[in-house]
Design a binder for this molecule. Structure first.
Ligand code: SF4
Length: 653
């Protein structure tokens, strides 16, 4: 399909519809025997972590990844020797009965890219560093200098495009937020617009050579930046008559629950709007553990019906899907709404309400000896008890929510607030003087059941949904409120009744994260009676952390590792975590190599970066503070730097 043909099929801004699930139709691109884009399923991929020169280790890891569900496997090719060894890897894979398309990952080295493009099915280049041995240090570019720079890049890039055309090799133009060229930085800064332009420069060069076998990515470790960049990319492509497939990923997402939640917030938000043709979940774990997460994220959309959640909706004045702004809401009692952090609600109605220890899952540790509660960093703000009454005294600062009829009968209503249905609220005689929670669905708003005369300075809405396309349903509610100028605080409530704990994390992070990332929501309430309350709370706080709407823990921006990695990333991340996990709000980058690590640490406050075997370089922001520290001392030295900055505190005993 040529670009002129693609034009007629495209409409909308960054997605087909905000209210109806519909996949954004991209052009089909062949990657070996597995095409991506068009009407093909969302493809799953990952990247090896072995040394590319270790053929057998790379082949065996590739096989484990394919067996786990990877449809493409990416392998780093830092220099020509690794690029050439891809032929050996391919041969051995074929011998063992595996025909998986391989992707060479290239940074800095056109000769490696050109060699690899003759061997594998796809090459990935980073437009921020293709053809540049070192970062530019020029901060100002005149238009003429900018053009001259592009001309220089074209000379280096065109030969690769010609090889790809000749061999039928696909290419990913993979922008990373952390490694934009200084040329782009000088014009756009490290913004979503800069990321898009970084790719567009290379796309335009490809098109000028009549080469269209492209896949595009816009990765960042901050899901907010990543989502905005992909949206802007789609909008920009449409304006220029392009519809290349999208490869989705959050870089340096970390490991365990944090990595899964961060990835789901970024990838899931885009999938909800029908964007994304292939996904890679980057975890600081063995790569075969990434595919199941990616598969779980993608499978929700295989059979999602194209049902509309309501009439199409226009974006409110002042709201942009390409930048973050929190929805303005009224602040009630210096507790919820306004500039308050989003509040967390936990349902404990089905727990043993005779034992105060039940609150430890909610972040309140009860000491029987002292008869008092100690709060953790992740202490919920509200517990919901429905119609159950606890037989112990609640912590003084923990609000309790009861169903309205039960609340009415409470002898002592201090710290206790009613939860109404909309009908109950309309009919209620007695209400709480400070805070009333009212459950509501988008349909209630669209049908006019909720009217503005119900609003007063005590009202907080609890937004529920039962729709298959629930995120869009809830988003329509928020957009409608904004269009009507209604600023009532709203808590996002979502329920999950089955599935594994891991699926719960991924889906809750997608559903609530996609709203919070656009600034919607003054609170989060996740119902999952089949999951431990501790995991529910941890997931809720994890979503708030990943969307940067409430910081409750240290953030680790750790790379997934690859053939360049100079130390054991998983072990090192755990070691650093074991001594710094109490530093709420501090962001620590843990990067396997000095070549790409510093660029990809994005907005980390501190960096721990492999420089050579047994050597670590420590960073404060983007500044090198200590070079080539022995690995044995590196963590102690990092802690010293954190102490010098006044950001250290001892662990609470
Ligand atoms: S930072 Fe270096 S070691 Fe880590 S994944 Fe990127 S290239 Fe590989």
């Amino acid at each position: 399909m040529n670009t002129a043909e693609t034009n007629t099929a495209l409409k909308g801004t960054y997605c087909n519809s905000l209210t109806e699930y519909s996949r954004f139709l991209t052009r089909e691109v062949s990657i070996g025997n597995i095409p991506v884009g068009g009407k093909n399923p969302i493809r799953i991929q990952s990247m090896t972590t072995t040394d590319t020169m270790d053929t057998i280790a790379t082949v065996e890891q590739t096989i484990r990844m394919v067996d786990a569900g990877c449809e493409y496997v990416r392998i780093t090719a830092p220099s020509i020797k690794e690029a050439l060894n891809l032929a050996e890897i391919k041969k051995e894979l074929k011998y063992r009965g595996y025909d998986v398309p391989l992707i060479a990952d290239i940074h800095f080295t056109p000769n490696a890219a050109e060699a690899a493009a003759r061997i594998v099915e796809k090459v990935r280049i980073n437009p921020g560093n293709y053809a540049d041995k070192k970062r530019f240090d020029q901060l100002e570019y005149t238009p003429a200098e900018y053009e001259a720079e592009l001309g220089r890049i074209y000379q280096k890039f065109a030969p690769l495009v010609k090889v790809c055309k000749e061999y039928g090799t696909a290419m990913r133009i993979g922008t990373n937020h952390g490694s934009l060229s200084d040329r782009i930085m000088s014009y756009y800064g490290d913004t979503p617009r800069g990321m898009v332009e970084s790719a567009m420069e290379f796309i335009r060069m490809c098109e000028s050579l009549s080469y269209y076998n492209l896949v595009i990515s816009m990765k960042a470790s901050n899901p907010q930046v990543m989502v905005q960049a992909y949206r802007l990319l789609v909008e920009t492509m449409q304006k220029e008559g392009m519809n290349y497939p999208l490869h989705l990923g959050v870089t340096e997402a970390g490991d365990g629950e944090d990595g899964r939640i961060k990835s789901s917030v970024g990838i899931g938000t885009l999938l909800e709007d029908g964007l994304g043709d292939t996904i890679r979940v980057s975890l600081t774990e063995d790569p075969e553990l990434e595919a199941p997460v990616a598969i779980a994220l993608a499978k929700r959309y295989e059979e999602r019906p194209p049902l509309s959640v309501g009439p199409d909706i226009s974006l409110p004045a002042g709201f942009s899907p390409y930048s973050y702004q929190k929805r303005e809401s009224a602040e009630l009692n210096t507790f919820i709404g306004g500039h308050q952090v989003p509040r967390v609600v936990l349902d404990i109605s089905y727990s043993n309400l005779r034992d105060p220890q039940v609150l430890s899952a909610a972040g309140y540790e009860y000491s029987a000896l002292l008869d008092k509660y100690n709060m953790a960093e992740q202490s919920v703000d509200f517990v919901y008890l429905a119609d159950e009454l606890p037989s112990f005294t609640m912590p003084g600062n923990l609000k309790q929510a009861y169903n309205y009829p039960t609340w009415l009968k409470l002898a002592n209503k201090k710290n206790c607030h009613p939860v109404f249905t909309l009908h109950e609220y309309k009919e209620a005689g007695e209400k709480d003087l400070s805070l009333n929670l009212v459950t509501i669905a988008n349909d209630d708003l669209q049908s006019g059941l909720f009217s503005e005369d119900l609003i007063d300075h005590t009202l907080v809405l609890v937004l529920e949904t039962s729709k298959a396309h629930g995120m869009a349903d809830q988003r329509q509610f928020f957009l409608s409120l904004m269009n009507a100028g209604v600023n009532v605080p709203v808590i996002i409530r979502r329920g999950y009744s089955d599935g594994s704990e891991s699926d719960f994390q991924l889906y809750a992070a997608t559903d609530a994260g996609a709203l919070l990332i656009d600034g919607f929501g003054d609170g989060i309430w996740l119902d999952a009676p089949h999951i431990s309350p501790k995991a529910v709370v941890s997931t809720a706080f994890g979503i708030l952390q990943a969307t940067r709407s409430r910081i409750s823990k240290t953030e680790y921006i750790s790379c997934p590792s690859c053939g360049r990695t100079l130390f054991d990333l998983q072990e090192t991340t755990q070691m650093i975590r074991s001594r710094t996990s109490h530093l709420k709000g501090v962001k620590i980058g843990i990067m396997g190599c000095i070549v790409n690590g510093p660029g990809e640490m994005a907005d980390a406050d501190y960096g721990y970066v492999g420089t050579g075997p047994g050597k670590i370089t420590l960073y404060r922001g983007k500044q090198v503070v200590k070079k080539a520290v022995n690995t044995e001392n590196a963590l102690d030295e990092l802690i010293e730097i954190i102490k010098e900055d006044g950001n250290w505190r001892e662990v609470d005993s």
